[in-house]
Design a protein around this ligand. Structure first.
Ligand SMILES: Cc1cc2nc3c(=O)[nH]c(=O)nc-3n(C[C@H](O)[C@H](O)[C@H](O)COP(=O)(O)OP(=O)(O)OC[C@H]3O[C@@H](n4cnc5c(N)ncnc54)[C@H](O)[C@@H]3O)c2cc1C
Length: 483
């Protein structure tokens, strides 16, 4: 079955192509998520098996391991140990020796606390360099830095041919693989600000000139710009649209002493749809703190944690507990919550009208990748839309527009939309994106590593029979984790 056809399928002169590479698995994007399956595999001999089968990594940037996480001038919402966990349970000396690195020691000194994302990025880069080093040293491994994947095409035998551009030379090369892991990160498309209504109207074009995306607002440059624009205001007012971790992070960053913005009472309004939730290590902890805003379906059955996925963590959590007045904490008078309901549309619109700056923290959409079938026609993906639908299903396979898992094509990382369930834990009530690099380096990464190894052995690439591309899709109802 062909999903959709684009007449303008990519064409490149073969004269420009560097020689083909054959590999078992191609990883597109060497950020925290792309390397997650290799980190997960490093706790067993699975990594050795993957390296033996042949891994190729293609990364558009200059460095591996950290992706974009270091661009934000804020602290993590994962505790220090979540980062260090990349090194636990492994016996590979290339990783074990990193435990003695001064960065690991510095992070170890902050167990249970947040760390600056810049520091997290430096540490992830160390891990990334070690992992990439192991791939390069392996007999069948390749690492291409400053190379960008343009698109991938299904081969008749159920594998993939991926076209890659050398960002410095402009030359192209093709990589033939049995599986592809798409870990290209995510973005905040401007189009969503034109289409998604907040209080009856899209933020753009109405509020053009005063809207910033949260991803930019959380950078040093973004925070400087906000400070500059509010400098002359006697009663600065910011509206943050969204209720996720990013919204909490923006509020925390704006109120930070270092930002020095003289917000008065209700200077920052968080305009959100879903109720805001607080993470607790257990129901007993929550109750003893006077927090009762949860039901049994909000508790992770594996860890017993309350709002394990949906809850605010660490510094944002402290702020939100003050805003929500949990457990008799001092109220934070500068922050007001406005939960959007049909009855308060006019009031919400006035908050947006009156704000000097609106920060849109409306989530991320995956960058994904252009995927072609064996005939060169584009396979429409479920995530080819601004709607907040996942890129992947319960088996981490990328989903086509009809919700079918595309075999041998995996997706992981920011906004990929994997919803942990069952053995992965997470509260059953959770809706949204679980953007945790710990999960990518553990359970989700492990799942992908296992699948990739299975593809490496199950698929006989030398037997190139001609079958339609739909042959390799699993009906939605047969996918693991799709109810
Ligand atoms: C503000 C913020 C704070 C966060 N804080 C935390 C936190 O505390 N803890 C946590 O666990 N998670 C956190 N996250 C979530 C997540 O861990 C990070 O966003 C992380 O950077 C996502 O990793 P990634 O690999 O999916 O994407 P990225 O970091 O964006 O990496 C993608 C990589 O793919 C490369 N790439 C893209 N396209 C191509 C292509 N076509 N060809 C080749 N290479 C390509 C890019 O160059 C990049 O290196 C945070 C996210 C945000 C936005």
């Amino acid at each position: 079955m062909m999903e959709s056809v684009t007449p303008d399928r990519p064409k490149h002169s073969h004269a420009m192509l560097a020689p083909d590479i054959e590999t078992s698995c191609l990883i597109v994007g060497a950020g925290p998520a792309g390397l997650g399956p290799l980190v997960a595999a490093a706790t067993s001999d699975k990594l050795q098996a993957l390296l033996k089968a042949g891994i190729t990594i293609v990364e558009a940037g200059l460095v591996a391991g950290c992706g974009e996480i270091g661009r934000y001038a804020i602290s993590s919402d994962s505790a220090a140990e979540a980062f260090l966990d990349a090194l636990s349970g492994t016996e590979y000396p290339q990783l074990v020796r990193l435990k003695d690195h001064h960065l690991a020691a510095a992070i170890r000194g902050r167990i249970g606390q947040a760390i600056p994302l810049k520091q997290a990025a430096q540490f992830l880069q160390l891990v990334g360099e070690s992992i990439c080093g192991m791939v390069k040293e392996s007999r069948r491994g390749h690492v291409f830095m400053q190379h960008r994947v343009l698109y991938t095409r299904r081969t008749n035998d159920g594998g993939w041919i991926t076209t890659v551009r050398d960002e410095q030379q402009g030359t192209l090369r093709q990589i033939r693989s049995k599986s592809v892991i798409v870990a290209t990160g995510a973005e905040q498309p401007l189009s969503r600000l034109y289409s998604e209504e907040v209080a009856g109207q899209a933020l753009l074009p109405k509020y053009a000139g005063k809207v910033l995306q949260s991803g930019y607002a959380l950078t040093a440059g973004g925070l400087r710009q906000i400070r500059r624009e509010l400098a002359a205001k006697s009663d600065p007012r910011v509206a943050i649209v969204g209720g996720s971790a990013s919204a909490g992070a923006v509020a925390k960053a704006l109120l930070n002493d270092k930002t020095r913005i003289p917000f008065g009472s209700n200077g920052v309004t968080i305009v959100h749809r879903r109720p805001l939730r607080i993470f607790y290590p257990s129901a007993a902890d929550a109750l003893s703190d006077g927090y009762t805003d949860f039901e049994p379906q909000d508790i992770c059955p594996v860890s017993g944690r309350v709002y394990r996925l949906a809850g605010f963590r660490l510094e944002s959590r402290e702020l939100m507990m003050r805003v929500l007045r949990v457990g008799g904490r001092d109220v934070e008078p500068r922050v007001r919550l406005q939960q959007v309901v049909p009855e308060n549309t006019a009031e919400t619109a006035k908050i947006l009208d009156d704000a000097h700056i609106i920060v849109a923290a409306m989530g991320y959409r995956p960058r994904a990748l252009t995927v072609l079938d064996a005939f060169g026609n584009r396979i429409a993906l479920q995530c080819d839309t601004d709607d907040m639908v996942p890129m992947v299903g319960g088996s981490s396979n990328v989903l086509s527009a009809s919700g079918r898992a595309i075999m041998g094509l995996y997706g992981v990382g920011l906004a990929s939309g994997f919803v942990p369930r069952g053995r992965f834990g997470g509260e059953p009530s959770f809706k949204g994106q679980a953007n945790s690099l710990w999960l990518w380096q553990h359970d989700i990464g492990e799942q992908i590593a296992t699948a990739v190894l299975h593809d490496a052995t199950a698929m006989n690439v030398s037997n190139r029979s001609v079958v339609p591309s739909s042959y390799v899709e699993v009906p939605r109802e047969q996918q693991e984790g799709v109810a």
